[in-house]
Each structure stands twice: as structure tokens, then as C-alpha cells.
Design a binder for this molecule. Structure first.
Ligand SMILES: *Cc1c(COP(=O)(O)O)cnc(C)c1O
Length: 310
């Protein structure tokens, strides 16, 4: 598996052209139909470590609609590794939705646990207990939020030769943003759009960076690049409004790029809204399309709105 499908695409949007803003999109959504976007970036080194340790497979965690869970299931399936997914919610089953269905279809063993138990997911004692029932598995935290996840995302910018003034992206656990913050050259700003309500961008990214081997001075430099836009969560994780869905639909019609309602739709909306409010001009922007179309399917079904012209 590689990232050669992720092209750099320039978009011509009238509102941006008028203000001298150049916009390029890094199409990580094109890496793989299921293991798309930052999910492959975040899994790559965890898988490499699992293999070099001679592990049988990966054990990871996720909620009912987790893109990370499906990506892990698909990657392990393709690479001949075993996959175990610990799922939040003991009322759920593989039949509950398309995401869990897909995980099972791809051979992932799903274990449904109550919320209380799930909250132990980062506790050493709980992890050791889990490994007793599925020994020789490499543990990847929820959302791929560890050092390996970060260094995988750092590589996104190695594939881009040009310099940018600003880089924009959606943020869930902050792993992708943390990784990018360590890979930025020059004085580009990193504009982060959290999709969770009340998410503490700076603190979360600081914690992730401190878990790595970076020195404090470098970490402060990384944090200094970050600008967060906290007013575009549309009510919280996986919440959406008609305005957001209409925006995504029109964006696809006009530019042929599918955005999802959970992550990239909110981030692109934030960027366009910032332009509209006259807060941006004469600059060169890179938007990281982190993928996520797997999750869009269930929202299209739920809302009854078809987003991508079908
Ligand atoms: C998981 C996901 C994110 C969040 O990435 P983090 O590294 O957890 O911040 C962003 N966009 C899409 C499409 C995702 O699936």
C-alpha cells in the first residue's frame, strides 16, 4: 500500500481568485477506497512495528461510526494480519450500522463493551487484560493517536514541493495536526478546525508532542504555528445542519471534490467562511483532504440528502 494516489490539485474558486488566494488540495482521500486519508498515514508505522515484533495483528478501539476502525480492519485484511476492534457500546452489534458491518465483513473480531469499560482504553492494566484473550497483538490507541500515528502524518508534507502560507485541516484526536506541525518548513501557519465541541486543540496537541522524543524548544515552535477555529463543529461530533449538507453538495457539484459531513466538510466550510469574513487575502493555502467518505454514507442515509449527485 502506498500514497501515490494522493495528488496535489489546484482549485479555482471565484471568491478566492478575487482576493488573490491560491488554493491547493492534497487529495489523501484518493489513497485507498476504504483506508483513506489520514487513516492509512496513521496506521502505517504501527503496522510496521507490529510486523517487526512478529505480532499476529492489531488491536484497537473505536466508536460506532469510527473511520479508524474500518481502516484498521481493511488494512489488516489486505496485509494478512488479524484485527480486533474494541467498540464503545454494549448495546451495539455488527448489524447496528454499515461501519460495524464492514468491519466484520473484513474479518475484524468485534468486542462490544459498555462505556465504563471503554473508558479504561488507555489504562495499562486493562490493556494487559485484553492481551490475555488475544495475545501477540500490537495495540493502537483510539483514532491512531500515538507517536507512530504522528510520524505517519508528518510525511504528508514530504510529498509537497511547494511552500504555503497556510495549511488547513479538520481535527478529531489532533494526531494529524500534531504530525503536520512537526513537518512544516518555513513559517507556514497550521489552521486546525476541531469537529468536536469544546475540544482543546492546543493542550491535546501539546500532550501528543510531549509523548514523543521531541525537545521542548521544538515543541513550542510546533505549537506556535497552530491557529484553531473552534466555532465550526456544527453542534459536535457527527452533528450537522442543512447548511453544512448544502455546502458539501454544492462543493461537489462545482469542483468535483467529495467532502464528508463529519470532518472535511466542516474544515472547508470554516476556510470559506473565513474568506467571506474578509479575514484572508493574497496568500497560498494548502487544504489537507483527510478522507472520510466511509462515514458520509450513513449520514446521507439518515438525512435523506444525497451529497454527491446520485
Ligand atoms: C479521523 C479523521 C480525521 C481526524 O484526524 P485526527 O488525526 O484524529 O485529528 C479527520 N478527517 C477525517 C476524514 C477522518 O476520518
Amino acid at each position: 500500500m502506498n500514497t501515490s494516489g494522493s495528488i496535489l490539485q489546484q482549485l479555482h474558486i471565484a471568491e478566492l481568485d478575487q482576493k488573490g488566494i491560491q488554493l491547493f488540495v492534497k487529495r489523501d482521500d484518493l489513497i485507498h477506497p476504504i483506508i483513506s486519508g489520514n487513516k492509512w498515514r496513521k496506521l502505517k508505522y504501527g503496522i510496521q512495528i507490529a510486523r517487526s515484533k512478529g505480532c499476529d495483528g492489531l488491536l484497537t478501539f473505536g466508536g460506532a461510526y469510527s473511520n479508524h476502525l474500518v481502516a484498521t480492519a481493511a488494512a489488516c485484511n489486505e496485509l494478512g494480519l488479524s484485527a480486533v476492534g474494541i467498540v464503545r457500546g454494549d448495546e451495539l452489534s455488527p448489524e447496528s450500522n454499515q461501519t460495524l458491518n464492514k468491519c466484520q465483513e473484513l474479518g475484524m473480531t468485534l468486542v462490544f463493551v459498555d462505556r465504563m469499560t471503554y473508558s479504561l482504553k488507555d489504562e495499562k492494566a486493562y490493556l494487559e487484560e485484553l492481551l490475555l484473550s488475544c495475545p501477540n497483538h500490537h495495540i493502537v490507541p483510539e483514532g491512531g493517536a500515538d507517536y507512530y500515528g504522528m510520524i505517519g502524518c508528518q510525511e504528508i508534507l514530504n510529498e509537497v514541493d511547494e511552500d504555503f502560507d497556510q495549511i488547513w485541516l479538520a481535527c478529531g484526536t489532533g494526531t494529524t495536526a500534531a504530525g503536520l506541525s512537526t513537518g512544516v518548513t518555513g513559517d507556514a501557519e497550521l489552521h486546525v478546525v476541531p469537529v468536536l465541541k469544546g475540544f482543546e486543540v492546543e493542550n491535546t496537541i501539546r500532550e501528543l508532542l510531549f509523548k514523543s522524543a521531541y525537545d521542548e524548544e521544538f515543541i513550542l515552535e510546533c505549537l506556535g504555528r497552530i491557529k484553531s477555529h473552534t466555532d465550526y463543529h456544527f453542534g459536535g461530533y457527527a452533528k450537522y445542519t442543512d447548511e453544512l449538507l448544502q455546502f458539501i453538495k454544492e462543493f461537489y457539484n462545482d469542483y468535483g471534490i467529495p467532502l464528508d459531513p463529519v470532518y472535511t466538510g466542516k474544515a472547508m466550510f470554516a476556510l470559506m467562511d473565513t474568506v467571506k469574513k474578509d479575514a484572508l487575502e493574497d496568500c497560498k493555502i494548502l487544504f489537507i483532504h483527510t478522507g472520510g467518505l466511509q462515514g458520509a454514507a450513513s449520514i446521507q442515509k439518515e438525512s435523506g440528502i444525497s451529497l454527491y449527485g446520485n
